[in-house]
Design a protein. Structure first.
Length: 236
């Protein structure tokens, strides 16, 4: 009788474990399906913090293996392989980890993730250089916050550099003339008064006649690197 009771308890535990694992897989798949199909409800119904990530994730097929489900403390980690086609037609597969916890009713929900928030390559490089991104294993909720801060920092520095370029990179000894067919051609010296070298300098010129009427517009790039104090003669 004692053996029968122990067997019954073990059977209940096994069945309960299997049932919970099925629940975990169903919830995880439902979340990915909801990214592309609203009939599976909204992503935030599975992942309450999803909207705060400010991403537009996509999913066509998601692969989840039971062996990629683990539990540590009260958190269940589900490693998923998300397959989708980007808006430009490129097929991609992302490794995404979902972190599940239970609410007051004992029901699982996604409390965090890793791999859903994409990072622009320039912002990623800037974040690593400034120390705003100490590593690339930051979970999505924290990464989304840092990403927003990094973008603000990057834009602030970008505009500061733009102002410096306008103030300290000048065209000197500028002259222009029209050819026999009426086309405008100019020549001038580009001077870099910054404390650092710059390259891939772009220019845009607008030509007006002596009455101030528009004649032509021209733009391009200066092929040479401009070192501090450097002067380059350029034809426009």
């Amino acid at each position: 009788m004692k053996f029968s009771s122990i067997y019954t308890i073990l059977l209940i535990i096994i069945l309960s474990s299997c049932s919970r694992k099925d629940e975990i897989i169903a919830l995880s798949k439902g979340f990915f399906y909801s990214l592309s199909d609203s009939t599976y409800a909204c992503p935030r119904n599975y992942y309450p913090y999803y909207d705060s990530l400010n991403v537009k994730a996509r999913s066509d097929i998601v692969e989840i293996d039971e062996s990629n489900i683990s539990k540590q403390g009260d958190t269940v980690t589900v490693k998923c392989f998300n397959n989708y086609t980007t808006t430009d037609g490129t097929f991609k597969q992302d490794s995404v980890s979902l972190y599940l916890t239970t609410n007051d009713n004992g029901e699982y929900y996604i409390s965090n993730s890793l791999g859903l928030v994409p990072m622009d390559s320039e912002l990623k490089e800037y974040g690593l250089a400034t120390g705003a991104l100490s590593n690339l294993r930051i979970k999505d909720r924290e990464l989304s916050k840092r990403y927003a801060q990094i973008r603000i920092m990057w834009l602030k520095e970008y505009f500061e550099v733009q102002i410096m370029l306008l103030q300290k990179v000048k065209i000197q000894n500028w002259s222009w003339e029209t050819s026999y067919n009426g086309e405008a051609h100019g020549e001038g010296c580009i001077v870099n008064n910054l404390d650092f070298a710059i390259d891939e300098v772009k220019y845009e010129l607008t030509y007006y006649d002596y009455r101030g009427d528009f004649m032509a517009k021209d733009d391009g790039n200066i092929s040479k690197k401009l070192y501090s104090g450097n002067i380059v003669l350029n034809n426009f």
